[in-house]
Design a protein around this ligand. Sequence first.
Ligand SMILES: [Zn+2]
Length: 193
Amino acid sequence: MSLNAVTYEIVAQETPNVIRNCRNCKRSTEYFCSDKFRVNANQKIVDIWLIYKCIHCEGTWNCPILSRLNVNRIDPILHQKYMNNDKETIWHHAFQISKLRKLCDAVKNDINYEVRKEKSESVSDEATIRICCKYDFGLRIDKLLAEILDISRSKVSKMAKEETFLLYPTVSMKDKVIDDLQITVKGNRRVFG
Ligand SMILES: [Zn+2]
């Protein structure tokens, strides 16, 4: 059996905002990630926060990343990344959604993302979609499939009932997209153009 494999990369365009109380606004409001760490060193003891800013005022919230850690216990390369506001490191922390949920009232994970088609291989009447997704922000498989195949969510659920899709690993269509998820679409190669 030859496979028609297409890789789609889900590229987040922004980090999730969080909902918290703002002291200036005197109400629960939305904060965005400032893309900056705050690193405090007191002798050998280091504290690191990721700074969030209220979208309405100058209010900030420091999201704790490392607390009261001896500098010798931090990997020097990672320490440098915190000092330099390394984007990759910032995004890694800004997508720790379950941690953020515990620290905030809510996390707005309905962020903008781009779906990039990476490559396609030989054609057959079966096609496999491979998902590459670096950051987890709770995107549902059925929503993404509707987007990739350019069909409605109800059409996706109808096709799922007809067992058109084979998911590997075995998860439900209502589950969240995970990195390296593979979806085989039976007898539906037209969608890959
Ligand atoms: Zn505010």
